[in-house]
Design a protein around this ligand. Structure first.
Ligand code: PEP
Ligand code: MG
Length: 846
């Protein structure tokens, strides 16, 4: 069967179905298609076919095309209430029509006064059999213009009956990191909205789609073909919704900025370091850095006491109630903890909640209770089954999620027993040694209570590692069973960067570590004390040091740490996990709160940067083969201009006007900047704002860097997003842990791009900032200053040290350093050069 092209049945503006102000259409309950905002008053046949239904009140008609596609056209919304008034129908049921034949005429004026909306959805009501492969939208069309193309379903995307009453559809998983914890939770959340039983089938494994843990245990990887199978009343819709979610890509790591969540050491780098390390020395244990830092302390064995549970229950009713009560207690505790945590903590606790609410977990516990087991025994068994399954998959990321499950097992068992985890009084300088640490155990400690920790097991991207980094606790994981042989109270030096734990150090080693720690502390304390001074180099050049912000708390932290403004507000992080886009009022409130927290200091608000590795559930992006090169950043804003318009209006409402500048992400050509500028001008006119509002661009693509002179002619400023620029210059995925050791923004190729950006900007007297991770890398700061960067937007925590470093610099020396760096051949050589430069600066300043 060949594809069918539908032509526009109406003159009007073609818009996505999502814009229809009626959930029945917007949520595709009747099928997929498009909406037309009519400028004409006659509805024509979009293809050859037969009329299968003319609605009694004459406002809607359904055609069956010759290839079987059924097309519903519904003139206006809630027009059924007009009882046929204002409509004239030219066809009747059973008529054969040709493309372009008149179907319905209507009185546009009457409808515009009496109908809820004129929007006319054109919907394929048998989407199981046809897939829209191309569609026009956000365009004016005349009758007969191309509207959309339908392909009969076959191969991937097929819906086939697999058993009586069961439907299935095969999808190819586009998610870069497969279906890990977060996408599994999203799939489960979506599946639970349907009454149908929904399962995912990968090879010979099958799991309920409503169970995040079950879905995770399928170990679905990027590119896998899987089937979504459903049965029940709304099975078709469930399959379609989950297929769309998966094919839309989701983006596993979207919840947090890479600076927040990225393991502080690249696993590959660490593995390399371990390989390159000299053979083991007595008293030296080697592991993998989980969070940076150097600590001297004493060994404190952290052994979780065994929780004993009786196997036999005291009766089904009692045990069920006890389990439900314990689950509710743990849920409340997690919610409370998440409400006051930082972004990393919130994301981790969100995953815990998803596991806790996993219906398969509680169902399997309830089954055991029904067999006469106690609630504790049943819960432990249920969790244990998944733990085994995840461990057995041979997937490092999934194995690291085991900690989370064990953590929940323990918390629920504690709640069942009515006991709190015993609070331990830890000695000064405790370095915890454990087989494994659980996220909640770490969250239960205050940052100052421990000097560090080292575990026998665990991984550098585990939630415990992320938390340790966020809490500033130096940590090593995967150091092997030797950790458990260390005598309680033994003296230790934990050097996370080199991944070593020295047991019983000699006096010389202790003295060297003490000197290094003291120097670090002194530097940090001095930096903090001087954090509120204006940032200038030693030779008086103004270098603004700003803080990156993803939430109100970041803005408060940045201001407290002396940030002179914010060079990057990642607006997409303000509105995560939402099914609907934030409206203008809500956005204006959030931006205003952040602007006020910065107390008048400049705030650069980046327009929505979704797509690629950042998903926004309210804005499903069609499946893409290569999301990093697909609809991202400004491309999404121009694809959905009404979202950009709302955002610009919200930003322009922030008082005082002028505190906020606007920045556009992922610019690849001048046209994009011009399109945003045109919309900004239009918005300002509508709002009666005559002052010029600064509009800048991010330099994240090689195209933007090499055409910086063209962009600078029209942009008010340029800010280099080194995270993306590096991934696109080096063609290395920024989220790929295997490449993490090699994707270094100090690569000479990236530096040359920054150099070109600064030169292009200088032609038009525009300033250049850096808001990517390189601005927080102290080793890189002098070379950036040398290249001509005058604004550095770093993480809030590093602001004081960046400012302190800037104060020691002389611009001509930095320029000399930059010239040398540009001629080097590798990032390693650049790093060595920069480190030597930093050591000299420090020596000179000492
Ligand atoms: C960057 O790419 O460097 C940047 C700052 O943007 P993000 O990290 O949010 O993609
Ligand atoms: Mg970016």
């Amino acid at each position: 069967m060949s594809n069918l092209v539908l032509s526009s049945p109406l003159k009007g503006w073609i818009a996505p179905l999502d814009e229809t102000p009626d959930a029945v259409f917007a949520e595709r309950m009747l099928g997929d298609g498009l909406a037309i905002d009519p400028l004409g008053s006659t509805l024509h046949a979009p293809c050859d076919g037969r009329v299968i239904a003319v609605h009694g009140t004459r406002h809607a008609v359904t055609l069956r095309a010759d290839n079987g596609a059924e097309i519903l056209m519904h003139v206006g919304l809630e027009t059924v209430g007009l009882g046929g008034e204002g409509f004239e129908v030219h066809v009747k049921d059973g008529d054969v029509v040709k493309s372009g034949d008149k179907l319905i005429s209507f009185d546009l004026d009457l409808l515009s006064q009496r109908a809820k909306s004129l929007i006319t959805p054109v919907v394929i009501t048998n989407p199981d059999a046809f897939r829209i492969v191309r569609r026009e939208q956000d365009h004016a069309a005349s009758v007969g213009d191309f509207l959309m193309e339908l392909a009969p379903v076959g191969g991937a995307g097929a819906v086939l009956a697999v058993a009586e009453g069961e439907v299935a559809r095969e999808v190819i998983v586009p998610l870069q990191h497969g279906v890990h914890a977060r996408p599994a939770a999203r799939i489960a959340e979506s599946a639970r909205k349907f009454a149908a039983e929904v399962a995912l089938v990968a090879g010979d494994r099958r799991a309920s789609a409503k169970s995040p843990v079950g879905v995770m245990s399928l170990a679905i990887r990027h590119g896998d073909r899987i089937n979504i199978v459903a049965s029940g009343p709304d099975a078709d819709f469930a399959v379609a919704a989950i297929a769309e979610l998966i094919e839309g890509g989701m983006g596993e790591s979207a919840a947090l900025s890479p600076e927040d969540l990225a393991p502080t050491a690249a696993p590959a780098a660490v593995v390399e370091a371990i390989r390159a390390a000299p053979p083991s020395e007595p008293g030296l244990l080697r592991g993998v850095m989980a969070a940076p830092g150097l600590a001297i302390g004493q060994a404190v064995r952290f052994v979780s006491s065994e929780i004993v549970v009786a196997e036999a229950g005291a009766g089904q009713g009692v045990e069920r109630a006890a389990l439900e009560d314990a689950l509710a207690q743990v849920r409340a505790k997690i919610e409370k903890s998440a409400s006051k945590g930082d972004t990393a903590r919130k994301a981790i606790l969100g995953a815990h909640l998803a596991f806790l609410e996993d219906p398969e977990l509680s169902a399997s516990a309830h089954r055991l209770i029904a067999e006469g087991k106690s609630a504790g025994f049943a819960w432990r068994r249920a969790v244990g089954g998944y733990v085994e399954a995840l461990r057995g998959l041979g997937d490092r990321r999934l194995a690291e999620r085991v900690d989370d499950l064990i953590d929940l097992e323990r918390q629920v068992l504690r709640a069942l027993s009515g006991e709190e985890d015993e609070a331990r009084v830890l000695p000064q300088g405790a370095i915890l040694l454990a087989d494994e640490l659980l996220p909640s155990q770490l969250m239960g400690l205050e940052a100052g209570q421990v000097a560090g920790f080292c575990t026998a097991k665990g991984g550098p991207t585990s939630h415990v590692a992320i938390l340790a980094a966020a809490m500033g606790i130096p940590a090593i994981v995967a150091a092997g069973p030797g950790v458990l042989d260390v005598t309680e109270g033994a003296g230790l030096i934990l050097d996370a960067e080199s991944g070593t734990l020295r047991v019983g150090p000699d006096a010389g080693q202790l003295a060297a570590a003490q000197t290094a720690i003291a120097a670090r502390h002194e530097r940090k304390a001095a930096a903090k004390a001087a954090a509120h001074q204006e940032s200038r180099t030693a030779d008086g050049v103004r270098i603004e040091v700003f803080g990156n912000v993803g939430a109100l708390n970041d803005a408060l932290a940045a201001a407290a740490n002396g940030a002179e403004g914010s060079g990057l507000l990642r607006t997409e992080f303000l509105f995560l996990e939402r099914e609907t886009p934030p409206d203008e009022d809500e956005q204006a409130r959030q931006y205003q709160a952040i602007a006020s927290a910065l107390d008048g200091r400049p705030l650069i608000i980046r327009t929505l940067d979704v797509g690629g590795d950042k998903a926004a559930p309210y804005l499903p992006i069609p499946a893409e083969e290569n999301p990093a090169l697909g609809l991202r950043g400004v491309r999404v804003s121009l694809w959905r201009p009404h979202l950009l318009k709302t955002q610009l209006r919200a930003i322009l409402r922030v008082k005082p006007l002028g505190q906020c500048k606007i920045m556009v992400p992922m610019i690849a050509s001048l046209d994009e900047l011009r399109a945003v500028r045109a919309m900004l001008d239009e918005t300002q006119r509508e709002m009666g704002i005559t002052e010029r509002v600064a509009l800048g661009v991010m330099i994240e693509t090689p195209a933007a860097a090499v055409t910086a002179d063209l962009l600078a002619a029209e942009a008010d400023f340029l800010s280099v997003g080194t995270n993306d620029l590096t991934q696109y210059v080096l063609a290395m995925d920024r989220g790929n842990p295997e490449l993490a050791a090699r994707i270094d923004a100090l690569h000479p190729a990236v530096l040359r791009m920054i150099d070109q950006t600064c030169k292009g900007a200088a032609k038009h007297h525009r300033w250049v900032g850096v808001c990517g991770g390189l601005a927080s890398d102290l080793v890189a700061v002098p070379v950036l200053v040398g290249l001509g960067v005058t604004e550095l937007s770093a993480t809030a925590a590093t602001v004081p040290e960046v400012k302190a470093l800037v104060r020691t610099l002389n611009v001509p020396a930095c320029q000399d350093l930059a010239r040398q760096a540009l001629d080097l051949a590798s990032p390693e050589a650049v790093r060595d050069l920069c480190k030597a430069f930093a050591a000299n600066v420090l020596k000179a300043g000492a």
